[in-house]
Design a binder for this molecule. Structure first.
Ligand SMILES: [Zn+2]
Length: 88
C-alpha cells in the first residue's frame, strides 16, 4: 500500500516585516490651491517641508503634527502608522 508523504516545504507567506502593513503612499492636498499629489513617504524619516508643485507654496506641519503628511496627507507618516510616533 502506497502512502503519500507529507510535503516538507514551508509556507513563505508569513510577513516578517514590521513595516509590511504601513502604507508608504500618501496623497498631499495643498491647502492653498487644492492641488493633489501622491508622494512616497520615507519609511523612517519625517518630512518637514514640502513645496506644492502647482503653486509653489512651502507647506509645513500644523502645530501638533510631526510632518507634512500628518497635516496634509491622506495617510499619516509611517512612524505614526506604526504607533511609534515621531521624534521630530
Ligand atoms: Zn498649491
Amino acid at each position: 500500500m502506497l502512502r503519500h508523504m507529507n510535503t516538507t516545504g514551508t509556507d513563505e507567506c508569513a510577513d516578517g516585516n514590521p513595516l509590511g502593513r504601513v502604507t508608504l503612499e500618501s496623497t498631499l492636498t495643498c491647502p492653498v490651491c487644492g492641488h493633489l499629489k501622491t508622494e512616497i513617504m520615507p519609511a523612517d524619516a519625517c518630512v518637514w517641508f514640502y513645496a506644492c508643485e502647482a503653486c509653489h507654496t512651502v507647506l509645513r506641519p500644523k502645530p501638533g503634527d510631526c510632518c507634512v503628511f500628518c497635516s496634509y496627507g491622506s495617510v499619516p507618516c509611517p512612524p505614526v502608522q506604526a504607533g511609534a510616533g515621531c521624534r521630530g
